[in-house]
Design a protein around this ligand. Structure first.
Ligand code: VG1
Ligand code: CO
Length: 543
């Protein structure tokens, strides 16, 4: 066994997006593609010698092959030890938990998250730092810069390592520990939530349906919901991680989790429906004929935070991504804690969590989490809801409608225009930006524009500034219209339009969302000239 030094040259476009580098599987299979990026990570980190890293992924196609390459490159680069999930499996929150619990230097996560998998699907890779969270921009920028100058990478010529058997061994001098991907994570969950109360609630006849969409959440859900909490077999569906997610689009939203929605709409439906995404960091909570919007879910968890043992001291603050609705802001005000507004992407929450400024975080894209780790966390959110239901004895629908009655309802929807021509999408955003200065004070969608800008974030912890994070038009009544381009797609551009309007009057809370937002929707299309510029008259996905 020896270290091979392989000559290579820079490959264009290895720039991490909202959450790591994501490309079609075929791109990752091109010679040197994965290797260049992994060596760029090691080079950007500087000294990895003797360090311990976590490694795992969401089990999608190419996961196992990539794990072997990374193990051999880690060994050749002098990494001391790698803790790898059995079978190459580790959810994103599971990896964050392992990094923190074992005080590792960082970890590599193989996932394209909510993007489809399989040979024709997407693959992804990202680096998490020693706090367990996604690498901040200064690190991802350094990795990208290195990918532009790389000339060689190091890889061991050792045979493939057996990643299916739990235990410790060595690969070309490096220690490899194959770990149970669920163990550390489920232990942490038991510290945070009232498992006894949830168990009792379930034993008294309440039922749940957790749809893992054939992605990595399955083993976590089976162990936690079935083995530890005693839900009857069959409460976890699509619980085996499959390389192509069984053809599912592993994105927990009403458009892609239709089977779950149908089960919750049916007579004799379970009390709670839930789903998570490819890497199990997203969650969707479903009641009866009601999908809880992620923005509401964050606000509701915050309002009930002290019901869970891990949060009984109260929360220090809430952080939400800018496009996420202001439902959480209202709760934060009522609790007398700050609410921070960050750019899209979990990496921006890390500093606030590390500094103790925020306890709970959330994104409108079905992402919710807390300071227990440094990633959003699907199973955690489902357990929080179960804890709330078990302690209050209320139903999902009751919790939501009572929340609206108390705090008012933030009607919210996201319209995605996927696979749009990149030049057209950029032109649309540029045009919008030039219009912004003239908008303030004008009437749009029967409202007066109060502020129109391109969101810039000033990190209160490290003082850094991140520009151009989304065009926002804020109205005097608190309604908002936001536009940004996705940073996780692999084909063309995806325009995301976020629509929000506040309604204090409970008599109007039952209005269907698209109806409540109708005038904002029309304005969103006209103002940005979506049809003339992109050829699209309707969004491809509405959540
Ligand atoms: C999307 C979501 C964002 C989320 C990101 C990663 O990013 O909007 O809120 O943090 O995906 O989620 P974008 O740039 O496509 O809008 V995951 O679960 O795919 O890692
Ligand atoms: Co995800």
């Amino acid at each position: 066994m020896s270290t091979q030094t392989i000559s290579t040259q820079p490959i264009a476009g290895q720039k991490p997006g909202t959450s790591g580098l994501r490309k079609k599987v075929g791109v990752f299979q091109e010679p040197h593609y994965l290797e260049n990026f992994v060596q760029s990570i090691f080079d950007a980190l500087g000294d990895v010698k003797g360090k311990t890293l976590a490694l795992g992924g969401d089990g999608r196609y190419h996961n196992r092959a990539a794990v072997q390459v990374i193990l051999k490159m880690a060994a050749a680069n002098g990494v001391g030890k790698v803790m790898v999930g059995q079978g190459g499996i580790l959810s994103t929150p599971g990896t964050s938990c392992v990094i923190r619990k074992h005080k590792l230097s960082g970890g590599i996560i193989l996932s394209a998250s909510h993007n489809p998998g399989g040979p024709d699907g997407d693959f992804g890779i990202k680096y998490n730092i020693d706090n367990g969270g996604p690498a901040p921009e200064k690190v991802t920028d350094a990795i990208y810069a290195r990918s532009g100058t790389i000339t060689q990478y190091l890889i061991s010529d050792a045979a493939d390592y057996d990643i299916d058997t739990i235990g410790t061994g060595t690969l070309d001098g490096m220690t490899v520990e194959v770990i149970d991907p669920v163990a550390d994570y489920s232990e942490l969950m038991q510290q945070l939530f009232d498992f006894a109360a949830i168990k009792q609630w379930l034993a008294s006849g309440h039922r749940i349906r957790y749809d893992a969409l054939s992605a990595v959440g399955g083993p976590y859900g089976k162990h936690i919901f079935e083995d530890l909490l005693g839900t009857p077999e069959g409460s976890v569906v699509n619980g085996e991680p499959l390389e192509d997610f069984g053809g599912h689009h592993p994105d927990p939203n009403p458009v892609y989790a239709t089977d779950l929605i149908a089960h919750l709409d049916a007579a004799n439906a379970p009390d709670l429906g839930a789903a998570s995404d490819g890497d199990a960091d997203r969650n969707m909570i479903v009641g009866h004929k009601l999908v809880v919007t992620p923005s509401d879910s964050l606000a509701i968890i915050a309002a009930h935070a002290t019901l869970a043992p891990g949060y009984k001291q109260g929360i220090s603050g809430i952080a939400r991504s800018m496009p996420t609705s202001q439902a959480a802001d209202v709760v934060a005000r009522a609790l007398g804690v700050p609410c921070f507004e960050t750019p899209t992407g979990w990496k921006f929450f890390g500093n606030l969590l590390d500094a103790g400024k925020a306890t709970l975080c959330g994104e409108e894209s079905y992402g919710t989490g807390s300071n227990h780790i440094r990633e959003k966390d699907g199973i955690w959110a489902i357990l929080y809801w179960l804890n709330i239901l078990a302690v209050t004895g209320k139903s999902v629908n009751q919790i939501v409608t009572e929340h609206w009655a108390k705090y008012g309802r933030h009607f919210y929807s996201r319209h995605d225009y996927e696979g749009v021509d990149t030049d057209a999408a950029n032109k649309l955003m540029d045009e919008l930006r030039t219009k912004l200065p003239q908008l303030v004070g004008t009437q749009l969608a029967h409202r007066k524009v109060k502020l129109a800008d391109d969101f810039a974030y000033h990190d209160p912890v490290d003082g850094s500034t991140t520009q151009k994070q989304g065009v926002r038009i804020i109205f005097e009544d608190g309604a908002r219209l936001i536009y940004r381009l996705s940073g996780t797609g692999t084909e063309g551009a995806t325009l995301r339009v976020y629509l929000e309007s506040y309604e204090a009057d409970a008599a109007r809370h039952a209005t269907p969302t698209q109806e409540a937002l109708a005038d904002l929707i029309t304005t969103s299309r006209d103002l940005a000239r979506i049809a003339p510029l992109t050829g699209r008259t309707e969004p491809t996905v509405v959540t």
